[in-house]
Design a protein around this ligand. Structure first.
Ligand code: PRP
Ligand code: MN
Ligand code: MG
Length: 184
């Protein structure tokens, strides 16, 4: 698939799935089953987080519920601008619930920082984040993230939910793109 477009595999399918199992074990310990606040509420950030969200939910040994939010940053498709708009809001009230935001990647941190501020005003019982990937060298705003799968170099990556111009999300691994694909 996408022959000639992928320069290298950065994180393999096996590495991703092993990491999800590890994260699921750590996360499950922090959320008591049968709490008065109800089941842990996973809030997936569309569209990038969909694959991580579904794999994580099934790896977690505790009951979870799912909500989705779609936000998008304006700007070019390979870098974020920091201007965030809501394309789809949550369907349900999260007041008093234990909420775990599920993201595929923290790049500049602008999306997540905005999202956390927004969700905190809705008074959840707790608000945490799990992200599969983080680019420490690209961070522009500090975001408190309890759970990180992999820290990666500041390169443009695709696959496992991450796109370039809406393509490559369906790859089961994280790869780097050949610069020729985005006109390099
Ligand atoms: C990407 C990615 C994160 C965000 C990270 O989403 O999925 O949500 O950017 O960037 P930041 O830390 O610099 O804010 P995008 O806005 O491309 O939408 P998508 O998930 O639909 O691809
Ligand atoms: Mn996204
Ligand atoms: Mg994107």
């Amino acid at each position: 698939m996408y022959e000639g477009d992928i320069a290298s595999v950065l994180i393999s399918e096996d590495q991703i799935q092993d990491k999800i199992a590890e994260l699921a074990g750590i996360i499950a310990e922090r959320y008591p089953v049968g709490a008065p606040e109800g089941d842990l509420l996973l809030v997936g950030v569309l569209k990038g987080a969909v694959f991580f969200m579904t794999d994580l939910a099934r790896a977690l040994p505790i009951p979870t519920q799912m909500e989705f939010m779609a936000v998008s940053s304006y700007g070019s498709s390979t870098s974020s601008s920091g201007v965030v708009r809501i394309l789809k809001d949550l369907d349900k009230d999260i007041a008093g619930r234990h909420v775990l935001i599920v993201e595929d990647i923290i790049d500049s941190g602008l999306t997540l920082s905005w999202l956390m501020r927004n969700l905190r005003t809705r008074n959840p019982a707790s608000l945490e984040v799990v992200t599969l990937l983080r680019k420490p060298d690209a961070i522009k705003v500090d975001v408190e993230v309890a759970n990180v799968g992999f820290d990666i170099p500041d390169e443009f990556v695709v696959g496992y939910g991450l796109d370039y111009a809406e393509r490559y999300r369906d790859l089961p691994y994280i790869g780097t793109l050949e610069p020729t694909v985005y006109g390099g």
